[in-house]
Design a protein around this ligand. Structure first.
Ligand SMILES: [Zn+2]
Ligand SMILES: [Zn+2]
Length: 147
């Protein structure tokens, strides 16, 4: 996405994006956003905490949560709710669908153009449809018994 910026490293790009969104660049925000951008597995706060503590041992669940809230308000990160009571985070804020493996719980992004568009205006009169997302349930490659 941000190829147009005249900066030469991933770190500079992240700092630039945070500033563009009016966010003060704190070490926590930087670490949380950089980590989310580097992965596609839609981690929970606990998984983020575990991974960030390897490199950034002062992180608590509360500081990570606060950073996530700021990133979310700025539109850089979104919540993904595919399981009851489990909030996952995604730095891919472009429109996309998800695939969820019912065996390992892995969640993978599916490109928005994979399916024919849904006619969401077909909902009953009185409902004003604004958007949709598809979740495909199934079994991922790793969980299928090899033939
Ligand atoms: Zn799986
Ligand atoms: Zn996603």
């Amino acid at each position: 996405m941000h190829e147009d910026l005249a900066v030469d490293s991933q770190k500079d790009i992240i700092v630039q994006v945070l500033k563009e969104k009016g966010l003060r660049v704190t070490p926590q925000r930087f670490a949380v956003y950089a980590n989310l951008l580097s992965r596609q597995d839609h981690p929970t706060v606990d998984q983020l905490l575990h991974d960030l503590n390897q490199e950034f041992p002062v992180s608590s669940q509360a500081t990570i949560y606060t950073s996530l809230q700021a990133l979310q308000t700025a539109g850089l990160v979104r919540e993904v709710l595919l399981e009851p009571g489990v909030t996952r985070y995604d730095a891919n804020v472009d429109r996309h669908h998800h695939f969820r493996c019912r065996c390992c719980g892995e969640i993978e992004d599916i490109s928005w153009t994979t399916f024919e568009p849904l006619k969401i205006d077909n909902v009953r009169e009185g409902l004003h449809a604004e958007g949709y997302e598809v979740t495909i349930y199934g079994v991922c490659d790793r969980c299928q018994p090899s033939a």
